[in-house]
Design a protein around this ligand. Structure first.
Ligand code: PLP
Length: 391
């Protein structure tokens, strides 16, 4: 490709594609071969083998993904958790300490709280919106700081600029899970983060049919993480790589539509008389709204809300909606709805949930790409049903 690729939309289509195209194939073919003939490679990590993440499917994805966030290098992994755990286990060594946001995706929370000790690692939780409290938790062995672009399910936005500043001032590696934002809405490396991580299962693939992860950052870091992943074995198989590659081509179209649709739905819910609270960073009333406007180019497709009437009203709503599927996860083309207290956050005690601000009647929606008006009409009838039955 002779012409420099400037905009994200063009990169999604053309960046990283083999030149010339393989046998003229417009779509990237699937290289379903575990190993490839020896071609004089001198290092173990360069031998062509699926587990070593270097088949033509992996390499094309690495080039495309790196272009999207203007990273020096990218790596695809077998799941978002493989990207997160392998990155942390590369950046940290036995004896090191991590500062990590207190409101986290459950898998990351459990990895840190259940598994860190076995690797000789320690951590402290930080309140990511209160930078003035971080210094007191810093230790001589603190090596890294970890946050998420937007928290689940309350969509809080941490002080991400302060995280980068703090990391630089104290020589820490800064990592961010940018899954909820996607490269369409936020490119963390441009804001100074060292490593940007994604569950590609969500927006990047976008079709709810594979599990995958991504690590992006400086080439030296990505190489180290790749070598650790090669040993731990969390590779992405070529068929899943093909599906991710295909899904990425429509990322900008999907996410921009989801941004608009979720904002319209958040506004509709905020006006609805039987809704007590709506959490969406695109609403002016959200405490992180100004910060989100500065950092992000859109507020994403996930929002949460509390119907008046608590758990009972929430359950009637979930039984009454016709379009959303009742399922965990997010970022795909189908609208999904879930009640975090019994699914994603069921592992927390009722007291911990209350302290985190997650009401038992809270409903999380991941808005898909259905017509916004159809979703609003459906939500309206389900909310009216929940009031009617509550009487
Ligand atoms: N990070 C976030 C914010 C997530 O929501 C998830 C999954 O729900 C993960 C990471 C883990 O990703 P995966 O399920 O692809 O391992």
């Amino acid at each position: 490709m002779k012409q420099p690729l400037k905009s994200l939309e063009t990169k999604l289509i053309h960046a990283g594609e083999p030149e010339p195209r393989i046998l003229g194939a417009v779509a990237m073919p699937i290289f379903q071969s575990a190993m490839f003939q020896y071609q004089g490679e001198t290092s173990y990590h360069d031998l062509k083998y699926i587990r070593l993440n270097n088949t033509p499917n992996h390499l094309a994805l690495h080039r495309k993904l790196a272009a999207l966030e203007n990273a020096e290098a990218a790596l695809v992994t077998g799941s978002g958790m493989a990207a997160i755990s392998t990155s942390l286990l590369t950046v940290l060594k036995s004896g090191d300490h991590l500062l990590i946001q207190n409101s986290l995706y459950g898998g990351t929370h459990d990895f840190v709280t259940h598994d860190f000790a076995a690797f000789g690692l320690s951590y402290d939780f930080i309140e990511a919106e209160r930078p003035e409290t971080w210094q007191a938790l810093l230790k001589p062995n603190t090596k890294a700081i970890y946050v998420e672009a937007m928290t689940n399910p309350l969509l809080q936005v941490a002080d991400l600029e302060a995280v980068v500043k703090f990391a630089r001032a104290h020589g820490l590696v800064s990592l961010i899970d940018s899954t909820f934002a996607s490269p369409v809405n936020f490119r963390p490396l441009e804001w100074g983060f060292d490593l940007s991580l994604h569950s590609g299962t969500k927006y990047l693939n976008g079709h709810s049919d594979i599990v995958c992860g991504v690590v992006m950052g400086a080439a030296a870091w990505v190489e180290k993480i790749t070598h650790r992943l090669n040993h731990l074995g969390g590779t992405l198989d070529p068929h899943a790589a093909y599906l991710l590659h295909r899904g990425l081509k429509t990322l900008a179209l999907r996410v921009r539509y989801q941004n608009e649709s979720a904002l319209a739905i958040a506004r509709f819910l905020a006006r609805h008389p039987v809704v007590a609270q709506v959490n969406y960073a695109g609403l002016e009333s959200h405490p992180g709204h100004q910060r989100a406007r500065r950092l992000f180019s859109g507020f994403g497709g996930v929002l949460s809300f509390e119907p008046r009437g608590g758990v009972e009203a929430a359950d009637v709503f979930l039984q009454s909606v016709r379009l959303p599927l009742i399922a965990i996860s997010l970022g795909g083309v189908d609208t999904l709805a879930t009640r975090p207290a019994i699914t994603t956050h069921a592992g927390l005690s009722a007291e911990d949930r209350r302290r985190a601000g997650i009401a038992d009647g809270l409903i999380r929606l991941s808005i898909g790409i259905e017509a916004t008006d159809d979703l609003i009409e459906d939500f309206d009838q389900a909310l009216n049903e929940s009031t009617a039955r509550g009487r």
